[in-house]
Write a protein that binds this ligand. Structure first.
Ligand SMILES: [Zn+2]
Length: 317
């Protein structure tokens, strides 16, 4: 074990012990969710977008979403096989796969949706090469961090905050959903995470497509509020991988958890992402596939290889 891994383990252990000694705070009334607004440049005149939407899986938690003229990039990670990411406290992880596209091959992006600031979700290439004027919707903490490294249009959300996005006639509402990267004792070590619900217009009260992206979360009680606030999810993107920090602490859902989250959120379809890309991902996609089969959910799951595209049609509501 290298010295920085030993240091990382010592820091993690110490923080685990300390964090279990922190008294629980008195519950205050939940704050009113904030509503932000973002107006994008109207689309150039030309062929209007078709009726269907697409999700292209690039790798890790990176997907490209095209719908109603919006192009959204999630958790940009474009490192290649053999390159390392730094996860804090001296902990590193090696990428085992290549992204299906390079950063330079991306189409023009309207906004980046970022679940949290970790190197395998916003890597050094994204930090260096993404246009600093690109809008980035993320947690408050990640928004501050991105500002410090030069990104000018960051939008930080707390749980249930939302941002209403306009592009010409098209409408998109992104609401921040709960997510927790690790068990309660790990909170101090890991960045805050947000899931996201994307409601596509034109009528946001009856969205033509409702997409939920889990972010790097474990299963915990707060997730049960998602289907109460956002029923009828058309498509869920599930961050799996069963990531283990220092080989011990689970910080993302494994195959079994992925099925549990499907049973909580009840999406019409689900696509697993964030698996098999890094050596800290310990639960292979085959775990999830087996659990899906055992739960009788095979018809609800779409498996995409890197580079594959899933096409969806507008929902009837
Ligand atoms: Zn991750």
């Amino acid at each position: 074990m290298t010295w920085y891994r030993m240091l990382g383990r010592a820091v993690v252990m110490t923080t685990m012990i300390l964090s279990t000694c922190v008294p629980t705070s008195v519950h205050a009334a939940p704050p009113t969710p904030a509503v932000l607004a973002l107006r994008l440049r109207s689309p150039d005149a030309g062929t209007p977008p078709g009726p269907n939407g697409t999700v292209q899986f690039i790798g890790t938690a990176t997907v490209l979403i095209h719908y109603q003229g919006f192009t959204i990039l999630t958790d940009p990670n474009f490192l290649h096989k053999g390159e390392d990411v730094h996860l804090g406290y001296g902990i590193t992880s090696e990428r085992l796969t290549n992204p299906a596209l390079g950063l330079e091959q991306l189409p023009p992006i309207d906004l980046v949706l970022l679940s949290h600031f970790h190197d395998d979700h916003f890597d050094k290439l994204a930090q260096e090469k993404l246009d600093k004027n690109i809008p980035i919707v993320t947690t408050k903490e990640a928004a501050e961090h991105l500002k410090r490294i030069g990104f000018k249009r960051t939008f930080g959300l707390s749980t249930w905050d939302r941002i209403d996005v306009e592009k010409g006639e098209a409408r998109l509402r992104i609401s921040a959903a709960p997510g927790r990267h690790g068990k309660a004792g790990m909170q101090l070590l890991l960045p805050p995470v947000m899931g996201a619900v994307l409601d596509f217009g034109p009528n946001l009260a009856a969205p033509s497509h409702r997409m939920y992206i889990s972010g790097d979360t474990l299963i915990y009680d707060d997730l049960k509020a998602i289907p109460q606030r956002f029923p009828d999810v058309d498509l869920a993107l599930l961050h799996l991988g069963g990531t283990r920090i220092l080989g011990v602490f689970k910080v993302t859902m494994d195959g079994k958890d992925g099925v549990k989250l499907m049973q909580i959120v009840q999406p019409k379809k689900a696509i697993p992402i964030h698996f098999d890309d890094y050596d800290v991902f310990k639960s292979p996609l085959s775990d999830f596939a087996r659990e899906v089969k055992d739960a009788g959910l095979e018809r609800q799951v779409v498996f995409l290889a890197h580079g594959d595209t899933y096409t969806f049609t507008p929902s009837e509501r």
